[in-house]
Write a protein that binds this ligand. Structure first.
Ligand code: NAP
Length: 306
């Protein structure tokens, strides 16, 4: 255990990277710990039409790379590790990873969220064999093929539109008769000749030996089942916060960490930012804003606890 950081940021998505930028600009000794890919969920989207200024050559991946570089240029340190245990009590917080144990005076939790499973039969068995949760990662495999998209929110419709660049046909299967997605996305999707909709329907089962062959759908109004032959199925039915590490240690609601408007949790010196916290709008812009606030208030906390 070499040093005590001013702040350790757990998670390197937009919330964590933005917190890193603000913390390092304040000359806080800052470490971001990320277990997988910097940029988090933002890297799984191609178009960020609602992030201000992202109008040209700005995908989730390019924006994340720029955010990381910017934080790095100001002095944020980065490490790849998976945190398995935290002790948030006291003036020095201890964060135990698979590789190392780290210490800091403040912690900013920016662990984000994981895609939810829809819950149909064989969903897990055929994951990676036709069933995917990331269009930017896997769309290319389905060039000139037919795919289904499950869900009716911003993710489902954004990714359905993106998938039309590759697939021959995209069928959106939604459990209601109205989409939850932003109206501008709905308009784009309805106008896209490659996108079809199946309303009031859920997927009951994915069928395929080694690889997905078809989906069994159930109409929720009539109870009738039908088959949809597809080569791929992209599931976008929401996200689960990655917060199990903090269970019993921080106040939560439905697994989301509760903070005040300054991103402070109920434990002194511990902040949460981005999709892992309870809030009403989960977007890259609100994640970045959360990160900026968390780092700024963390700096204030350090000043007051010198
Ligand atoms: P979401 O808004 O929670 O939408 C989930 C969708 O999946 C809903 O349409 C829901 O149906 C459906 N659904 C939920 N469970 C299901 C199940 N078991 N089987 C079938 N369908 C199911 O999730 P999201 O679209 O991933 O978005 C998450 C957050 O990220 C939102 O705050 C969203 O605004 C944000 N986001 C924003 C953008 C953007 O602005 N460009 C892009 C992506 C995500 P019901 O409608 O019937 O509930």
């Amino acid at each position: 255990m070499a040093q005590i950081y001013d702040t350790i940021i757990i998670g390197g998505g937009p919330a964590g990277l933005s917190a890193g930028l603000y913390a390092a600009r304040s000359r806080m000794n800052t470490l971001i710990i990320e277990r997988a890919k910097y940029g988090g969920q933002a890297t799984t989207t191609d178009e960020l039409e609602n992030y201000p200024g992202s109008i040209e050559e700005c995908t989730g991946t390019t924006l994340s790379k720029r955010m990381k570089k910017q934080a790095e240029d100001f002095g944020t340190k980065f490490t790849k590790d998976e945190i398995v245990e935290v002790n948030l009590e006291g003036d020095v917080k201890v964060v135990k990873g698979k590789k190392e144990t780290y210490e800091a005076k403040t912690i900013i939790i920016a662990t984000g969220a994981n895609p939810k499973l829809s819950g149909f039969k064989n969903e897990t068995e055929l994951r990676g064999k036709g069933i995917s949760y990331c269009a930017t990662c896997d769309a290319d495999f389905f060039t000139d093929l037919d795919v289904a998209v499950i869900g009716g929110g911003d993710s489902a419709i954004t990714e359905a539109i993106y998938l039309t660049k590759f697939a021959e046909k995209v069928t959106v299967v939604h459990r209601r008769d109205a989409l939850r997605a932003a109206k501008s996305l709905q308009e784009k999707a309805f106008a896209n000749p490659k996108i079809d909709f199946i309303w009031n329907s859920t997927v009951e089962e994915a069928v395929g030996d080694e690889i997905l062959e078809k989906l069994i759908l159930k109409n929720k109004l009539t109870g009738e089942t039908s088959e949809l032959k597809v080569d791929g199925c992209f599931v976008f039915v929401g996200y689960d916060p990655i917060s199990s590490l903090f269970e019993g240690k921080l106040d939560m609601e439905k697994d989301y960490i509760i903070t005040d408007e300054d991103m402070q949790t109920n434990v002194a010196g511990v902040f949460a930012a981005g999709d892992v916290r309870k809030k009403s709008l989960r977007q890259v812009i609100t994640a970045a804003a959360d990160g900026a606030i968390a780092a700024t208030i963390a700096e204030r906390y350090l000043e007051e606890h010198k």
